[in-house]
Design a protein around this ligand. Structure first.
Ligand SMILES: Nc1nc2c(ncn2[C@@H]2O[C@H](COP(=O)(O)OP(=O)(O)OP(=O)(O)O)[C@@H](O)[C@H]2O)c(=O)[nH]1
Ligand SMILES: [Mg+2]
Length: 254
């Protein structure tokens, strides 16, 4: 989707928001859900089914859905059908507010072509617009140490750059080990809110564009009808063939 500047501006705070955690196995999805909600509610075992939790975080009512992961390096054909089913229905578990996907990746493990393919395959389960609603969430921020995330991205290959570009360069770094970093959750929520506002703006713009095009076609159609009357007045002997062509053209406008 093309980037649209938001008329809502920064700080467009939502009262309610639904988040779906997606990613390969052991990426840190469950830990991320726990960090966001400030609990250990999701447990720490391997996730095999979707789990939904609610919580109030920094004044927002959140619904967070944890999902089973896929094999990091393998295409979707290797994902058990039950896991695919769970992932696909995760969205139906969300309840309130706009929906955002958090695509969880570990920083301590490289993201290459086979990981890219796996992400692409699995995100297809959520439809064409999924990329517009996704933020890349890097876990293991503690592993970065003093290095900046920008430097890490630079040092990675094209696959990661491709992914970030697909997600409108939206990313955030989490350390689930050191949950004392109090701002990491609120900063993430603000990034998501910015994305939601941007999507709303784009949607509105699309609606306006569509309205404008329809209006132009309507006016153009009216003008053509007027021309048709004049032509018929002036040229009583117009052939049936010409009329057919004319009708086809005007019908095409609606
Ligand atoms: N150091 C560090 N370890 C982390 C971080 N996030 C998660 N982990 C560890 O990574 C491992 C996997 O974390 P989970 O949250 O269970 O990952 P998951 O994506 O839910 O895994 P599945 O449910 O098996 O798909 C655990 O041992 C976590 O403690 C982090 O930010 N830093
Ligand atoms: Mg899990």
């Amino acid at each position: 989707m093309a980037m649209c500047a938001s008329p809502f501006g920064a700080g467009h705070r939502l009262a309610e928001l639904s988040l779906v955690l997606l990613g390969y196995g052991e990426a840190g999805k469950t830990s991320t859900g726990n960090t966001i909600l400030g609990t250990a509610e999701f447990g720490w075992k391997r996730t095999s089914q979707c789990v939904k939790r609610h919580g109030e975080v920094a004044g927002r009512f959140l619904t967070v859905v944890d999902t089973p992961g896929w094999w990091k390096h393998l295409p979707i054909e290797h994902t058990p059908p039950l896991n695919k089913q769970e992932m696909a229905q995760s969205v139906s578990l969300t309840s309130s507010g706009p929906l955002a996907f958090l695509l969880v990746l570990r920083l301590d493990s490289s993201f290459q072509e086979d990981e890219k393919r796996a992400v692409k395959d699995h995100l297809k389960l959520f439809g064409r617009r999924v990329w517009d609603q996704t933020v890349v969430l890097f876990t293991c921020g503690d592993w970065l140490g003093d290095r900046s995330i920008e430097l890490h991205i630079e040092s990675e290959g094209e696959a990661l750059k491709w992914l970030l570009q697909k997600c409108g360069n939206r990313f955030h770094v989490f350390s689930n080990k050191n949950r004392r970093s109090s701002t990491q959750v609120t900063e993430l929520l603000e990034k998501i809110e910015e994305m939601v506002a941007e999507n709303r703006t784009c949607h509105l713009r699309e609606m306006w564009d569509l309205k404008e095009v329809t209006e132009m076609k309507r006016l153009d159609g009216a003008g053509t009808n007027e021309r048709k009357t004049k032509t018929q007045e002036d040229l009583d002997d117009e052939s049936d063939l010409d009329d057919d062509v004319f009708l086809t053209v005007t019908e095409g406008f609606f």
